[in-house]
Design a protein around this ligand. Structure first.
Ligand SMILES: Nc1ncnc2c1ncn2[C@@H]1O[C@H](COP(=O)(O)OP(=O)(O)OP(=O)(O)O)[C@@H](O)[C@H]1O
Ligand code: SF4
Ligand SMILES: [Mg+2]
Length: 379
């Protein structure tokens, strides 16, 4: 088995400054003459864009400084919430991102839409580099890319009526000509998510959790985006309501050819929705695969453990299945383990795992890619 890995730097810290605002389309067009620019843009991002990706994220890092001191503040370390993440999303498809609490899922999606400014790496959306981009570029990008936040209770302004909440992006991006057009569009958005337009004058506290999430989805769809970032859109809802909201999202995706990044705690939530699934652990993607591949043939011990914990609908299979119980908590992202970040909980770790940072290795075909970051994964 060919293993391509990398020995640790002295402190395993991130690369330097944020990427420049470069049009990826320009970089692709002029790549043969500008090898230097191509290298800074990143070969993977170029390849993804050339293949028609809507979003291409490469080697994304988000490190939060840890400051100490009362009068004079000093930075004494960094929380490496996202520590070198790469992926792409094609038009109309869903990328599922799954991982335990604290693995960096929310920070990734917030960095994609630039609510969190990345420490380094690139985020190309519709061919534009968003990292370090001027505010006009970000404003345009946020019309075509929107977000549904993790908490359906905290993400809606309690002092605003539902109609104004849903209509906010229409005003921000001036996507209507007249007041009648605005009102018509707000009514349409309520209907689109299965709510009666008559409830537009109510305040958020007058809705149930599921209805609030529908309002958040209507707001996210208001300006006709191409990509919606869904940060645990169903985790706070009852199981019966979860299925309704997932079905609604799938219908909306088909009708409007939307692409989604769907963040979840649990692989079973995204299994039937995602066209590709990425598993995150301590700021890194440890495994990612197209279609059902990750569920049928998990290669990373962490993915295997997550899947072994998922309940089976068939009671006989449920009784027979072998559970892999992970011991210990997820380590602190302020002080991640050397080598493979999963090694402190990995049931098959060897001494090399403390020394070697496992690189993503690919298997499968171009249409069914499977990537894993483990020096012991065999395929
Ligand atoms: N603004 C911030 N400042 C400092 N640390 C942060 C900040 N935001 C997130 N973190 C830390 O970064 C790590 C990743 O957090 P994040 O919210 O992205 O994880 P998550 O996978 O979304 O978790 P959950 O499933 O609980 O929502 C955590 O250790 C968190 O405490
Ligand atoms: S690299 Fe080592 S510690 Fe990491 S998942 Fe593979 S076997 Fe486990
Ligand atoms: Mg989160």
């Amino acid at each position: 088995m060919a293993i391509q890995n990398v020995r640790l730097d002295s402190d395993g810290d991130s690369p330097s400054a944020a990427a420049k605002s470069t049009s990826l389309a320009t970089a692709v067009a002029t790549a043969p003459d500008r090898l230097g620019a191509l290298a800074s843009v990143g070969e993977l991002a170029v390849a993804n864009l050339a293949a028609g990706a809507l979003l291409s994220v490469q080697d994304l890092h988000v490190h939060f400084p840890i400051n100490r001191g009362f009068i004079v503040q000093r930075t004494v370390g960094h929380i490496r919430a996202v520590n070198g993440v790469s992926f792409h999303v094609n038009p109309g498809e869903t990328l599922g991102i799954v991982g335990e609490s604290g693995s960096g899922k929310t920070t990734v999606v917030r960095a994609v839409i630039q609510l969190e400014r990345p420490t380094s790496g690139s985020v190309f959306f519709q061919g534009e580099q968003l990292v370090g981009a001027p505010s006009e570029v970000l404003r345009d990008a946020r019309r075509d890319m929107s977000m549904v936040f993790q908490d359906p209770y905290g993400s809606l302004n309690p002092r605003m009526r539902a109609g104004n909440i849903v209509g906010e992006p229409l005003k921000a991006h001036r996507v209507f000509e007249t007041d009648d057009e605005y009102r018509e569009r707000v009514g349409e958005l309520f209907q689109m998510v299965g709510l009666h337009p008559g409830v537009a004058s109510r305040y958020p506290h007058q809705f149930s959790g599921g209805q609030r999430q529908r309002i958040a989805i209507a707001r996210a769809l208001a300006a006709n985006p191409q990509l919606v970032l869904l940060d645990e859109p169903v985790s706070a809802l009852d199981v019966s309501i979860q299925a309704q909201v997932i079905n609604l999202l799938e219908d909306l995706q088909d009708e409007h050819d939307l692409a989604f990044i769907f963040v979840a705690h649990d692989l079973s939530v995204v299994r039937h929705t995602a066209h590709r699934t990425a598993v995150m652990y301590l700021g890194k993607i440890v495994e990612m695969a197209d279609g059902d591949e990750i569920y049928e043939n998990p290669l990373h011990p962490y993915t295997q453990a997550l899947l072994s914990a998922a309940p089976m609908p068939d009671p006989v299979t449920e009784r027979k299945r072998e559970r892999i119980v992970l011991t210990g908590d997820i380590p602190s992202p302020a002080n991640p383990p050397s080598g493979c970040v999963f090694r402190t909980r990995c049931p098959i770790a060897i001494s090399d795992c403390a020394e070697i940072v496992p690189r993503m290795r690919s298997t499968g075909s171009l249409t069914k890619r499977h990537e894993v970051a483990c020096i012991r994964a065999e395929f």
